[in-house]
Ligand binder design. Structure first.
Ligand code: SF4
Ligand code: SF4
Length: 469
């Protein structure tokens, strides 16, 4: 190769570290192009969904809320009560396998298009930075310049705006778990009254501020667990952002290569200058590549100016780059898809099964009472009603055996008993003729009938007791 270009990276170390291991700050250049336009539209749609939708209420309920403590999940105005941890686990596991499936087919599409790290930094934080400190070259010059009023005031303004944005992102995030209106009301009171929520929100704000404002690509390269494991999910058919070396090489300026053997790459380093993780994609697929497509747009721009076909860097697969066909669904993604579908079906079945009303009887400390001079007995219970799902009940209770219905009265404080949320406890009495007892006990079956649907929604066996003589 000819003399080293300043953008020529040392193959022995990360682009973001110098020879002493210290961080090298990146100033990626702006890029324009069709992929940038598509990603901008997609990012704003995601930002709208994240930042605005939870503040919208339907039926006095937020559009989306996950109340972990109460085990309630609200989605578009409907609430699922008493959600069991196993249901959360099944949904979470299904989500992970869905990401594994998309990664094995579409590569790091999550990182480049939907990860909050990419979306917030590229759509908001970098834009604010450019507005205050200028474009790539100006930002670099400002950081290298000595202290001045202009430098300090720009930095202070930038970090104040970053802080306000971080606070809003963190409050919205916490709002997903306790409800945005509730969070707003809480924020009107002293932090000491809700120290736990206040501390959590402040920690989340600080983490967001430091990560999106300063740590940035370091998180993707060093800290992100998904970034570390995504390579094991991918194979030679996965979609990646890749440089077509068969078309690009020998790149312009390669020593001892005659002009007629030069490929389409003119060695302009435009693809390196725009990369947010500072890598050179011409060295092949790398762990640091977040598939943000910036280098595709950068190179397409150069190719268009040279009147050459675009796509020297493009979305493709290892097989396609090597002239082979890309399988749309190979064994690995097919397995991920199968597990994902199984988990979704499992979660559906679990939800359906556990949405059945459960009755638990707790006998009072006095097993029975004799009333009406021995002609009637009373058994007193606490009845716990629980179910998982969004259904509401208006219950009446009856003895299942028609022969016993006349002899046993079921008494509840309110008739019918309304069950709106996941759990409810009521007091329930059985008043009955002692003659139904056999050796002082009688097992009966109690049915719960929902007057809203007219269906029997649950039944339970109960033992009635009385004196043994
Ligand atoms: S932008 Fe394209 S032409 Fe320029 S160095 Fe990168 S791959 Fe080569
Ligand atoms: S190599 Fe290209 S796609 Fe990968 S992170 Fe850099 S600019 Fe984005």
């Amino acid at each position: 190769m000819k003399t080293k270009n300043v953008y020529e990276l040392d193959p022995e170390r990360l682009a973001t570290t110098d020879e002493h291991g210290h961080r090298v700050y990146l100033y990626p250049e702006d890029v324009q192009g069709k992929w940038k336009n598509r990603r901008t539209i997609f990012s704003w749609a995601l930002l709208f969904a994240y930042l605005v939708l939870p503040w919208i209420y339907i039926n006095q309920k937020p559009l989306l809320m996950i109340d972990i403590l109460k085990r309630e999940f609200t989605f578009f105005g409907s609430t699922l009560y008493g959600v069991e941890p196993i249901f959360f686990f099944l949904v979470l596991a299904a989500g992970l396998f869905f990401i594994a499936f998309t990664t094995s087919t579409l590569g790091r599409v999550w990182c480049g298009w939907a990860c909050p790290q990419t979306v917030f930094i590229q759509t908001i934080f970098s834009k604010v930075e450019s507005l205050i400190e200028g474009k790539s070259r100006k930002r670099r010059e400002l950081d290298l310049a000595g202290m001045s009023f202009q430098k300090v005031s720009k930095k202070i303004l930038k970090w104040i705006i970053f802080t306000i944005i971080s606070l809003h992102i963190a409050h919205t995030f916490i709002g997903y778990f306790i409800g945005p209106r509730e969070l707003f009301l809480i924020s009107l009171h002293s932090p000491l009254e809700n120290l736990g929520i206040f501390t959590t929100t402040m920690i989340a704000s600080a983490v967001i501020l430091l990560d999106f404002g300063w740590f940035r690509e370091q998180f993707c390269i060093i800290a992100c667990p998904y970034g570390r494991i995504q390579s094991v999910m991918m194979d030679e058919n996965s979609l990646v952002v890749a440089y077509d070396s068969r078309r690009g090489e020998f790149r312009r300026g390669t020593l001892d290569v005659p002009k007629e053997l030069e490929g389409d790459c003119i060695n302009c380093y435009h693809c390196v200058k725009v990369c947010p993780t500072g890598i050179d994609i011409r060295r092949g697929t790398q762990l640091e590549c977040i598939a943000c497509t910036a280098c595709i747009d950068a190179c397409d721009d150069i190719m268009t100016k040279l009147h050459k076909p675009t796509g020297l860097i493009r979305y493709t697969s290892e097989n396609q780059i090597n002239g082979l066909k890309r399988k749309l669904l190979s064994l690995r993604p097919a397995l991920y898809l199968l597990i994902f579908v199984s988990l979704v079906i499992g979660a559906g079945f679990f939800l359906k099964a556990s949405s059945r009303l459960q009755l638990v009887f707790l006998r009072s400390s006095i097993p029975f009472q004799i009333t009406q001079e021995g002609r009637q007995l009373t058994n007193h219970f606490t009845l716990k009603l629980s179910h998982q799902g969004g259904r509401e009940y208006a219950l009446v209770f009856e003895v299942a055996d028609p022969d016993l219905q006349k002899s046993i009265s079921v008494i509840t404080p309110i008739h019918p008993t309304l069950v709106k949320k996941a759990d409810k406890k009521i007091i329930l009495f059985f008043k009955f003729d002692p003659k139904i007892l056999i050796n002082g006990t009688r097992k009966i079956s109690l049915i719960a009938k929902d007057t809203l649907s007219g269906q029997i929604v649950s039944s339970k066996e109960v033992v009635l007791v009385g004196p043994t003589h």
